[in-house]
Ligand binder design. Sequence first.
Ligand code: TYD
Ligand code: MG
Length: 462
Amino acid sequence: MAKDKTVYSCTECGGTSARWLGKCPSCGAWNTLIETVAEAPAGGVRNRFASLAPASEVAALADIEASEVERTPTGIGELDRVLGGGIVEGGVVLIGGDPGIGKSTLLLQALDGLQRAGVPTLYVTGEESGAQVALRSRRLGLERSQVKVLAEIQLEKIQATIAAQQPAVAVIDSIQTMYSDQLTSAPGSVAQVRECAAHLTRAAKAGGTATILVGHVTKEGALAGPRVLEHMVDTVLYFEGDTHSAFRLVRAIKNRFGAVNEIGVFAMTEKGLKGVANPSAIFLSQHSEPVPGSCVLVTLEGTRPMLVEIQALVDTGGPSPRRLSVGLDRDRLAMLLAVLHRHAGVACMDQDVFVNAVGGVRISEPAADLAVMLAITSSLRGRALPKGFLAFGEVGLAGEVRPAPRGQERLREAAKLGFSMAIVPKANAPKGGKAGGREFEGLTIHPVERIEDALEVVRGHA
Ligand code: TYD
Ligand code: MG
């Protein structure tokens, strides 16, 4: 096959160049030119009036039939939850995560579930041989699995197989191992990853095969990792959680067919990943007595409330003290420390501050602020928070405590797990009820409006 002419196009502005340049000739950005296949103009020479040809038809929004997408559940409840109910015909899902976190394991289990339900599947592996995949499937207890396996890394051959086999669901494990012979770049380069993903996406839309692309989060992070594909696909899922603990979280970052921030929780077992249907208590470390520097919060990312313990360690630092956070945003930590100092007189200027969300969970919602600040104060003073205590609420630069969405649901979950005392934003305190809304299903609620008030409540209970 004659090679199409390669051109270099800019990832920023779309400008092109016939040869590789360090700087984009169109927009002047550096290192943005990547190799792409020039689309051959249809019918030889491009007709310069082509752009004047009648466009596709337009219709009023009200005249277009609104049809719900049909979903095929994978049978793995926690995965279906993040997908928004199941796999959608022709939908493209990108699933990213660190190597070894369980991507291949989860997808093999999902494909087997689909295949057993009579849905034709194809698992394309570029990282392992067929024998290795078979070994894994035995380990997962899927000896009799009818999932079709193709060990191949060349895009054109994979596309031919998909066209011939017509699977309803295909997994490409991983997109970084695939290459198209239209490009001279090495597999795993940004050019190859984008080109292969674009072709597979187009084929998925045209042929109706739901396609799941596996992407490793690479050391370079954004570069050739799954990040560069996020805009092309319908759904983006990321694995979270540290590989040392048994729990794995799968979070939907983007979903054209469901809610974002929905979380699926799994435990890695001898026989693969098992869904954890009631995960609210898994991110708590089991202290028999309260310890300083620990505060529990109820986080609500997606639709499910979860209790997460925030740990802080404040210790004498050197001339330029460190601020480190695991699972929480570091810039936000710096901001909260400034608010603590300015509005509550809690000074950590000469202290190292470390904070950690237990269990490798990542918390992006600001409702964690209050718990982070209380954990820091508790560590600094060496005084534990009361037993059965929790707090949530966003804290603003003026020291005000802002409400968190769906406060009642959070409180209900905490009450269910036997917590006894909560500091919450005033607007989240239940209305009415006994003692002016201070009792809620066994929880004593302390509504606060400012960070100083929250520290005052804690001091009163020490
Ligand atoms: P894997 O799914 O290959 O991760 P990825 O595709 O994301 O790179 O492997 C996940 C890890 O889980 C691997 O280190 C081995 C382990 N594992 C189990 O603990 N139990 C199992 O049943 C399987 C198949 C793997
Ligand atoms: Mg793998």
